[in-house]
Each structure stands twice: as structure tokens, then as C-alpha cells.
Design a protein around this ligand. Structure first.
Ligand code: ADP
Length: 175
């Protein structure tokens, strides 16, 4: 099926031209601060309407899982909402749950014919996951997904909001 390119860029994920952007949501699916707030603001009310329908159907989204909605007014066609773990020292299954966010988002993307997808640095804001550890989990999860699946996804972009994450991802992906 050909190779998938993995890129890093710094910026605002609501402006990225891809088929799907991933949202670091919370389990209520009703919106919040950080990247979640930015996506709902830029994408408009259609995203929240669909989130509410999903919530009515399945009662929110558990940590590590993902759901998909329209991208509303975003350049992206879809938003994939995934719920990262809150960091509580690393002994509560956080790495596995964070890896699940990336894996389940990629699976859902693939099921919806997505060819390009952008991820924010899930859990590294309010949820307090140490950035270096989160970056390693993210890169490992995406790379191993690509090795284990015959994927039709052509392009994965890690969108880093801050310089520290940008440097970490560049270090992990170079070479
Ligand atoms: P979480 O609750 O999963 O920690 P946050 O939204 O607080 O989610 O933070 C996740 C990451 O998203 C942080 O690294 C934060 O700097 C980043 N972020 C915030 N706004 C944006 C945006 N508009 N585009 C991309 N990344 C963003």
C-alpha cells in the first residue's frame, strides 16, 4: 500500500489542511479548554451537536477510546475526538491508555477513508502528562501501528503547539 510519511510541525491544529484532525477531548465530549476549546471555536456548533448525539447514544467516551464527527467549518473534513489519560505518576496505565488514543484514532480514521491525519500532543496540557514521555509514546504508537497494519493513511502530522514539544518530536523522528 506504500509508505506513510510522518511529519512534525509547529502551529495551530485548527488551521492544518488534512482529512482529519484529532481532538484531545474529555470523556464528556462536551468541550473544554486547550485544543478542545480551539477546535470547537474554529469548527462551529455542528461539532458539538454531533458530540451530543454520540453522548446520548453511548454516554461519552472512555479514556483511550475515540469517536468521529464532522469537521464543521474546519479545513479538515472530520474531527476524531479521543480522551487522553490524566497523568497520575505513570503507574495507573497511563502509557497504554495514551497509546490507545493514537491507535484507536488511526483505526477510526482508516475506517472512514482518511488519507491524512493531524494529532495534537494529547494529555500534555491540563492532563499533565510529561511531554518527553508522551512524545515517545505517541511516536512509538504511530510507528508500530504503521508496521502492524496495511494502512491506507498516507500522511500523519504531529502538530506541536509549543517549542518544547516540537524539539522533542523532531529528535524522535529524525534519522
Ligand atoms: P489535555 O487535556 O489532553 O492535556 P490540552 O488541550 O490541555 O489537552 O493540551 C493538549 C496539547 O494541545 C497541549 O500540548 C497544548 O499546548 C496543545 N494545544 C492547545 N491548543 C492547541 C491548538 N490550537 N493547536 C494544537 N495544539 C494545541
Amino acid at each position: 500500500m506504500g509508505k506513510t510519511t510522518i511529519e512534525v510541525q509547529q502551529g495551530d491544529i485548527t488551521k492544518v489542511q488534512v482529512d482529519a484532525v484529532v481532538n484531545a477531548a474529555n470523556s464528556s465530549l462536551l468541550g473544554g479548554g486547550g485544543v478542545d476549546g480551539a477546535i470547537h471555536r474554529a469548527g462551529g456548533p455542528a461539532i458539538l451537536e454531533e458530540c451530543k448525539l454520540i453522548r446520548a447514544r453511548q454516554g461519552g467516551c472512555p479514556t483511550g477510546e475515540a469517536v468521529i464527527t464532522t469537521g464543521g467549518n474546519l479545513p479538515a473534513r472530520y474531527v476524531i475526538h479521543t480522551v487522553g489519560p490524566v497523568w497520575s505518576g505513570g503507574g495507573k496505565g497511563e502509557p497504554e491508555l495514551l497509546a490507545n488514543c493514537y491507535r484507536n484514532s488511526l483505526r477510526l480514521a482508516e475506517e472512514n477513508g482518511v488519507k491524512s491525519i493531524a494529532f495534537p500532543n494529547i494529555s500534555t496540557g491540563v492532563y499533565g502528562y510529561p511531554k518527553d514521555k508522551a512524545a515517545k509514546v505517541a511516536v512509538d504508537a504511530v510507528q508500530s501501528y504503521m508496521q502492524e497494519h496495511e494502512t491506507s493513511i498516507k500522511r500523519v502530522v504531529f502538530v506541536c503547539f509549543d517549542e518544547e514539544n516540537l524539539t522533542l518530536y523532531e529528535g524522535l523522528l529524525k534519522g
